[in-house]
Design a protein around this ligand. Structure first.
Ligand SMILES: NC(=O)C1=CN([C@@H]2O[C@H](COP(=O)(O)OP(=O)(O)OC[C@H]3O[C@@H](n4cnc5c(N)ncnc54)[C@H](O)[C@@H]3O)[C@@H](O)[C@H]2O)[C@@H](O)CC1
Ligand SMILES: Nc1ncnc2c1ncn2[C@@H]1O[C@H](COP(=O)(O)OP(=O)(O)O)[C@@H](O)[C@H]1O
Ligand SMILES: [K+]
Length: 553
């Protein structure tokens, strides 16, 4: 797992390193610039030579009469340290024989000290013009365009750069042809963030000139030390292209981490494999007994998907609790999954007398009318606090009185809302999240999920391509289905039901609520990646054996 930092945490780490005398700000800036240049040549090895089109890469005779044409870069520098990184990149490319043009947004006299030093170093080598004289065409006909305008310091809208951002987006969208520079369009590289994006929320700051874009776009975004939250949530994921992290020699301070651990958000990059390995070899009950409630006749598919997910993820037994009138429908569809007739809350309470049932899933296509009493029975304080996943109708049924639901929830519950369900249960939080941000740090999906978990008193998994999972104590993870884990085909009917089933099955196996939600969300995307486009919900659980095999389980 990688820790995702906020801008303030990054600044604190940097400041701690500088204060300890380990490193100077200027050294960090130099390493950042070197990291960017390294990342560029790793991404486009064809740019690594000193010369560009018409050049002789190997000095071979057929090229000897051709004129050497240096590669051309345009570097756009901003008024802060992000601009400072840009001046370093300009100098390093110049040293490699590149023709480099530098444009500044802001005034040189106001640059912060380290950026100012690198500005001066650059002016020994070349000119700096105002960004307003950077004619758009000039920018677009070079080999490389460096966006060093704004990084983690973006706190408000950048209206006068809207046209530039518009063109950058066009350039990124319009061509993905390799090698980029041969078709007279630049490769676009953002330093730390595409300019205009809030590092903490991944959101940009819309301006009233709505026809302009609000932030830059890039083919690759090079960040430093550790990625930031904004690289994985919000609008930024569309803008970053690909995120490359470069080490700049900062060590995470142990003390700093200890005092801030609740505020650190993690990027899920693997399942909790040690726990997944712990299938007991005793008997099926050793791996837990999950129960999933179905809806009425004609509405049982969602629960069957969840049950299949729970079984495949390793619960020893899975029982579907089915209303009498739907028994035939369900019986004709399931084999290894068991059935029990449960018509109402009293039946459910009786069924739950069986203490071997150690995880429950309630909500998928349950029916809004039936949901409230059944949820109350499932969460009945007279029962043992049983790990329970509440999804879909179990959440929506409480739209008119979310507090009544929160009063019944306990710490072994997991709520799995999508955006609509989240808004029904947490309307004020959703409103904050959907409000147009005007200043940074903007309220983020991480803030919203943490606040919701605290209010609900249990784990909340807020679905989406950027699924955020938070516990009431502030622990938080992001399961990103972006960049190399992009799986848009996972947005298919019933896929959320399978996820609820995965969580339930893992809870039955003894995972704690946070671990179950994290592992299930990660496996869910892995299954989708394994299957690829064309996936339907039924396919998801069937990919688990292959995913487990790949994990060496
Ligand atoms: N923190 C660190 O550890 C390191 C930071 N580095 C670089 O420094 C960057 C952060 O530098 P800064 O904190 O100076 O921030 P930025 O360079 O991102 O920009 C901040 C400046 O822009 C101004 N600003 C913000 N929004 C504006 C707007 N809408 N219109 C006009 N001006 C606006 C701010 O007032 C401030 O002067 C990072 O993104 C990274 O590129 C690197 O040099 C390496 C180390
Ligand atoms: N663009 C996307 N990329 C990857 N996963 C996605 C994307 N959009 C939605 N998902 C995932 O698909 C699932 C959809 O769940 P949900 O909205 O509850 O649908 P349903 O009720 O049909 O099951 C969630 O796990 C969500 O995280
Ligand atoms: K930038």
């Amino acid at each position: 797992m990688t820790e995702l930092l906020t801008a303030a945490q990054m600044r604190a780490i940097e400041q701690a390193a500088i204060d300890s005398g380990e490193v100077t700000g200027l050294e960090l800036m130099e390493r950042a610039g070197q990291g960017v240049v390294e990342a560029i040549f790793e991404e486009w090895p064809e740019l690594a030579g000193a010369s560009g089109r018409g050049a002789s890469p190997s000095g071979s005779p057929e090229y000897l009469d051709k004129e050497e044409v240096p590669f051309r870069a345009v570097v756009l520098c901003g008024p802060g340290n992000n601009g400072g990184d840009g001046f370093v990149v300009a100098r390093l490319l110049h040293e490699r024989g590149w023709a480099v043009e530098v444009f500044l947004y802001g005034e040189a006299e106001k640059l912060p000290p380290d950026a100012r030093v690198n500005y001066e170093r650059w002016t020994d080598l070349g000119e700096v013009n105002d960004v307003s004289v950077c004619a758009m065409n000039k920018g677009w006909s070079c080999d490389l365009l460096i966006d060093a305008l704004f990084g983690t310091g973006t706190t408000r809208a950048l209206p006068d750069l809207g046209e530039l951002f518009w063109n950058m987006e066009d350039m990124v969208d319009c061509f993905q042809v390799e090698p980029l520079h041969e078709i007279g369009r630049p490769a676009i590289v953002a330093i730390d963030f595409p300019s205009g994006v809030c590092a903490d929320s991944g959101r940009d700051f819309p301006h009233r000139d709505e026809h302009w874009r609000f932030s830059a776009s890039a083919h690759i975004t090079v960040c430093f030390h550790q990625p930031k939250l904004g690289h994985f949530i919000g609008d930024a994921v569309e803008k970053c292209g690909k995120v490359v992290n470069k080490d700049i020699g900062l060590r995470p301070s142990h003390e700093w981490r200890k005092s801030n651990w609740r505020q650190i958000c993690k990027l899920l990059q693997a399942a909790h494999q040690d726990w997944l390995r712990k299938l007991t070899d005793q008997n099926k009950f050793g791996n837990g007994h999950s129960v999933v409630l179905t809806g009425e006749r004609g509405h049982t598919g969602a629960a069957r998907l969840a049950a299949r997910g729970a079984l495949r993820v390793g619960a020893g037994l899975v029982t579907l609790c089915v209303p009498e009138d739907a028994c035939q429908e369900v019986a004709s569809q399931v084999t290894s999954i068991m059935m029990k007739t449960v018509d109402d809350a009293a039946d459910l309470s009786a069924a739950l007398e069986d203490k071997r049932i150690n995880a429950l899933c309630i909500g998928p296509a349950l029916g809004l009318d039936r949901a409230k009493p059944l949820v109350a029975a499932a969460l009945d304080a007279g029962q043992q606090a049983r790990p329970t996943v509440l999804d879909a109708d179990a959440l929506s049924a409480f739209a008119d009185e979310p507090n009544a639901l929160f009063a019944m929830l306990h710490e072994k519950c997991v709520l799995t809302p999508h955006g609509g369900e989240f808004a029904r249960l947490f309307p004020d939080i959703s409103e904050k999240l959907n409000a147009v941000p005007t200043k940074g740090p903007a309220y983020s999906k991480v803030d919203a999920t943490r606040e919701a978990a605290k209010r609900a008193g249990c784990v909340v998994l807020f679905k989406g391509a950027d699924t955020v999972i938070a516990a009431p104590d502030g622990r938080c993870s992001i399961n990103s289905a972006h960049y190399e884990r992009s799986a848009p085909w996972l947005a298919t009917a019933g896929s959320g039901d399978v996820l609820a089933g995965f969580i339930t099955g893992l809870l039955a196996r003894g995972f704690d609520p946070m671990g179950a939600a994290e592992t299930a969300a990660w496996l869910h995307v892995e299954c989708a990646l394994k299957f690829g486009p064309g996936l339907i919900a039924e396919d998801i659980p069937e990919q688990l054996p292959a995913v487990f095999r790949d994990l060496g389980l």
